[in-house]
Write a protein that binds this ligand. Structure first.
Ligand code: NAP
Length: 492
C-alpha cells in the first residue's frame, strides 16, 4: 500500500469514528428534522462528513438537559470535577494522533499545528482541574464590628458556549474547562465549518465520566435561529462567546434583555512594533510566529507590522526571505508549513485586502496572488509601504499576509498602534528595558508580547479591551467568569 493510500485509509477510519449527531443529555441523538449539513476539506473542497443540523427545538432540548443537570452537578465535590478534567486531559493525549488528523482534515492547518492545538486544548483541562480545588471565599469582621461577612462563590448556572472555526478544539476547552471546574453545565455550539473536533471532544468528555447533561453539543447552520431563543429563554445564566466583534455585538444586545452574564473574546488588529534597537533576527522569528500561526487565521495575528525607519528595509527583506521559504500545501502532507484558508469567503477577503493595499501604493515583496484550485490556498505574502488608510491596516486580514509600515518615533507608533477600536494584543521588540515597559503600558490592549510573538498560555489571563472583548479566559481569573460571588451577612 502506498503512503498516500495509507493516509486515506487512516483518514477514513478517523472520520468513520467521529460522532455526527447532537449530544443531548448524555446521549447522541438525531435532530428532530433529521437534517444534516456537509463538512468539507478546505484543502480539496471534498465533503468529509455530514453532521446533524439542529433546529430551535433541538436547541431547547439541549438547554433543558443542561438545566436539569445543573443542581446535581453544582453539588459534586471539587475533587470529582478535578478527576473528570484530568481523565479528559489524558484521553486528549492518548488520542492526539487521530484528533490532529481530524482537525487538519476539517480546518486545514498543518498536522504539527493541529497536534500543538490539541496539547494546548488539553492544557486548559489540566489548568482548570487544579482551579476547581482552589475556589475560595472569605470571612471578615464588619468594620463597625457586630457583624461578620461570609463570602462564597457558586456556579453561575447553565451556560451557552459559542466557538469559532479557527481553533476548533482549544476555543472549546478554554470554556468547557472552567465551566466544569466551577460546576456549571453547558450547551456548546461549534462553528459549522469545523464541528467534528468538538463532537470528538464530546465523546472524550463522556468517556471521562462527565455526567449526562453536563456538556451538550448542538451543531447547526442557523446559528441565530437556534441560539437566540436560548439566550432569551431566561434559563441560561451565562453566554461565553469567541468570534468576531460584529457577532459579539449582536449577542450582547440579545443578552441585555435578561441581563445575562457574558464573556466576549472578539476580533483583533494587533500591532507588532520593531524598534531600531531590536534583535532583528529575533524580531523576524517573533513576526513569523505572530503572523503565520494558523496561517494568519488567529485573533492574535500580527495585523500591522510597524518597523522603525533605521531597520524597516532590512527587517522587511529578512521577513520576506523567511516567508517565501515556507512550504504551502495540504496540511496532511509531510513538510507542509502553511495549509489552506478556511473557505472561499475567507480567501476572497484576503485577495480583496491585498488588491486594495496595492492599489493605494503598497509594494509586494513576496506572494500576493492566489493559485488556481482546488483548495483555498494563499501564498505567504509580504507587503511594504502599506499606507495607513489601506483596509488591511484597519480590518483583520485573517490570512498569511504581513503588512509592513515604517515609522519614525515612539510617540508616532504608539498613537498609530492605538488608533483602532480593537485592543486584544500588541507585540513590541526592543532591547531597551525602559522603553519596553513604557510602551507596553501605553499600548491599549489586554495583552502585550515583549520580545515574543506568542502570548497564548492557559495559565495566563487571555483577553482584550475596547471592542476586542469582555472578561478573561485562562489564568487564575478564568474560572471567575463561571462563578457568582455571594455575600452572607451574619449577626453575631
Ligand atoms: P463569527 O462569524 O463571529 O462566528 C463565531 C461563532 O458564532 C460561529 O460558531 C458562528 O456560527 C456563531 N454565530 C454567528 N452569528 C451568530 C448569531 N447571530 N447567534 C449565535 N451564534 C452566531 O467568527 P468566525 O469567523 O467563526 O471566527 C473568526 C473571528 O473570531 C475573528 O474575528 C477572530 O478574531 C475571532 N476570534 C477571537 C478570539 C479571541 O480569543 N479573542 C479567538 C479566536 C477567534 P455560524 O458560522 O453558523 O454563523
Amino acid at each position: 500500500m502506498s503512503f498516500s493510500n495509507d493516509r486515506s485509509v487512516r483518514s477514513a477510519r478517523v472520520l468513520d469514528a467521529v460522532p455526527t449527531q447532537l449530544l443531548i443529555g448524555g446521549a447522541w441523538a438525531d435532530p428532530a428534522s433529521g437534517a444534516t449539513f456537509p463538512v468539507s476539506n478546505p484543502a480539496t473542497g471534498e465533503e468529509l462528513a455530514r453532521v446533524a443540523d439542529a433546529t430551535p427545538d433541538d436547541g431547547r432540548r439541549a438547554l433543558d438537559a443542561a438545566v436539569d443537570a445543573q443542581a446535581g452537578f453544582a453539588a459534586t465535590a471539587p475533587r470529582d470535577r478535578y478527576d473528570m478534567l484530568m481523565r479528559a486531559y489524558d484521553l486528549l493525549h492518548e488520542r492526539i494522533d487521530d484528533l490532529a488528523l481530524l482537525m487538519t482534515l476539517e480546518m486545514g492547518k498543518p498536522l504539527a499545528e493541529s497536534r500543538g492545538e490539541i496539547a494546548y486544548a488539553a492544557e486548559f483541562f489540566r489548568h482548570f482541574a487544579s482551579e476547581a480545588l482552589r475556589i475560595d471565599g472569605g470571612y471578615q469582621t464588619a468594620p463597625a464590628g457586630g457583624a461578620r461577612f461570609l463570602v462564597t462563590k457558586q456556579p453561575v448556572g447553565p451556560c451557552l458556549l459559542i466557538t469559532p472555526w479557527n481553533f476548533p478544539m482549544a476555543m472549546g476547552t478554554r470554556k468547557i474547562g472552567p465551566a466544569i471546574a466551577a460546576g456549571c453545565t453547558s450547551v456548546i455550539k461549534p462553528a459549522p465549518q469545523t464541528p467534528l473536533s468538538m463532537l470528538a471532544l464530546g465523546q472524550i468528555l463522556l468517556d471521562a465520566g462527565v455526567p449526562a447533561g453536563v456538556v451538550n453539543i448542538v451543531t447547526c447552520t442557523d446559528a441565530n435561529g437556534v441560539m437566540e431563543p436560548l439566550i432569551r429563554s431566561g434559563k441560561a445564566r451565562k453566554l461565553s462567546f469567541t468570534g468576531s466583534t460584529a457577532v459579539g455585538k449582536i449577542l450582547l444586545a440579545q443578552c441585555a434583555d435578561t441581563v445575562m452574564r457574558t464573556s466576549m473574546e472578539l476580533g483583533g488588529n494587533a500591532p507588532f512594533i520593531v524598534f531600531d534597537d531590536a534583535e532583528l533576527d529575533e524580531a523576524v522569528t517573533g513576526a513569523m510566529a505572530a503572523k503565520m500561526r494558523n496561517m494568519g487565521e488567529a485573533c492574535t495575528a500580527a495585523n500591522r507590522i510597524y518597523a522603525q525607519q533605521g531597520v524597516a528595509d532590512e527587517f522587511a527583506r529578512r521577513l520576506s526571505t523567511a516567508m517565501s521559504a515556507l512550504q504551502v500545501g495540504p496540511g496532511v502532507e509531510d513538510g507542509t508549513q502553511v495549509g489552506p484558508l478556511i473557505d472561499d469567503a475567507g480567501r476572497g477577503k484576503v485577495v480583496d485586502l491585498v488588491a486594495d493595499a496595492t492599489a493605494r501604493g503598497a509594494r509586494v515583496l513576496t506572494g500576493g496572488a492566489a493559485p488556481d484550485g482546488p483548495g483555498f490556498f494563499y501564498p505567504p505574502t509580504v507587503l511594504v509601504d502599506v499606507p495607513t488608510d489601506a483596509r488591511m491596516a484597519r480590518e483583520e486580514i485573517f490570512g498569511p499576509v504581513a503588512s509592513v509600515i515604517p515609522f519614525a518615533t515612539e510617540d508616532e507608533v504608539v498613537a498609530a498602534a492605538n488608533d483602532t477600536p480593537y485592543g486584544l494584543v500588541s507585540y513590541v521588540f526592543t532591547n531597551d528595558l525602559r522603553r519596553a515597559l513604557r510602551v507596553a503600558e501605553r499600548l491599549e490592549s489586554g495583552m502585550v508580547g515583549l520580545n515574543q510573538g506568542v502570548v497564548s498560555n492557559p495559565a495566563a489571563p487571555f483577553g482584550g479591551i475596547k471592542e476586542s472583548g469582555l472578561g478573561r479566559e485562562g489564568g487564575n481569573v478564568g474560572i471567575d467568569e463561571f462563578l457568582e460571588v455571594k455575600y452572607i451577612g451574619i449577626s453575631v
